[in-house]
Structures are given as structure tokens and as C-alpha cells.
Design a binder for this molecule. Structure first.
Ligand SMILES: [Zn+2]
Ligand SMILES: [Zn+2]
Length: 152
């Protein structure tokens, strides 16, 4: 393999669902990540909070299984895409044309390189698991910076 392709591949992040039907790649560094404590993320993931990482515009693409991806898009929220074969949540995307995407961090094959930098939708945080005292900023709803998909 040519040295240039090795260098290119080293910068490509990959991930996918539990059953392997859906695969994706991110061709550039992620710009950040967020813990979301909204009730919809709690139902979707079964967990108290859901961490999502944000790719730079145009760097995220589905490489396999687009036909088995399904989406739940509530009237007042973003599109939540998941594998229809195994149920794994893959990513969310705003519908306002901003192109902002949140990739579910647990679906990356390896360390995605970024760490969550804030907690959003803290007003609906689970009673049974306090938000950890990790020093990160907490927002009742969104950060207001438009970096996280509206998932609530
Ligand atoms: Zn799957
Ligand atoms: Zn959420």
C-alpha cells in the first residue's frame, strides 16, 4: 500500500452498528462532542445521557447499509437515524439545513479523538443518575451555539 493511502486512512474514523449492516466513515477531525440528557435520548439509548460527536461539514458519510437505515423525525426535533436490523442508534441530524450532525459516540470503532465538552438538556436529566461533577458546562436545553442536533 502506498504511503499516501496509509496516511489518508490514518485520518479516517470509522464506525457502525451492532449487526454490521451499517458502516460509516468520517474523513476529517471531529469538531466537538456533547452529552445530551433529553428524555428522547434516554428512551432511544436506555441510558441517562447520550454522547454525540460532531463532524465538520461534508466529512461524514454512510459507506454501507444506507437501505437499512431508518429515521424517526419528530415534528419538533431532529432526524434520529438507526439500523432497522439491530436497532443501533447511529446519528442525528438537524432539519434546518445547517448540516449539523451528531454521531453517537459509542458507535465509533476506535477512539474518535474528541471528548464531550458540555452537558445539554440538563432540565430533563434522569433522577436516578446525577450528572457527574466533571467541570463541564451545563445547559438547561441547548448550548445556543447550534453545535448539537436538536434531539429532544
Ligand atoms: Zn445493524
Ligand atoms: Zn437528546
Amino acid at each position: 500500500m502506498a504511503a499516501t493511502s496509509v496516511a489518508r486512512m490514518a485520518n479516517v474514523l470509522t464506525g457502525g452498528c451492532n449487526c454490521g449492516a451499517v458502516r460509516y466513515e468520517v474523513s476529517g477531525p471531529l469538531t466537538g462532542a456533547t452529552y445530551c440528557h433529553c428524555k428522547r435520548c434516554q428512551r432511544r439509548s436506555g441510558a441517562a445521557a447520550s454522547p454525540s460527536a460532531h463532524p465538520a461539514p461534508g466529512t461524514f458519510r454512510i459507506t454501507k447499509g444506507e437501505h437499512v437505515l431508518r429515521c424517526w423525525a419528530p415534528d419538533d426535533g431532529g432526524e434520529k437515524w438507526f439500523c432497522s436490523l439491530c436497532g443501533s442508534s447511529i446519528y442525528a441530524q438537524r432539519r434546518d439545513g445547517s448540516g449539523t450532525i451528531g454521531i453517537r459516540m459509542g458507535t465509533f470503532d476506535n477512539d474518535p479523538g474528541v471528548r464531550p465538552g458540555s452537558h445539554v438538556w440538563c432540565e430533563s436529566a434522569a433522577a436516578w443518575e446525577p450528572i457527574p461533577d466533571d467541570g463541564l458546562p451545563r445547559y438547561p436545553r441547548t448550548t445556543g451555539a447550534g453545535v448539537e442536533p436538536r434531539t429532544s
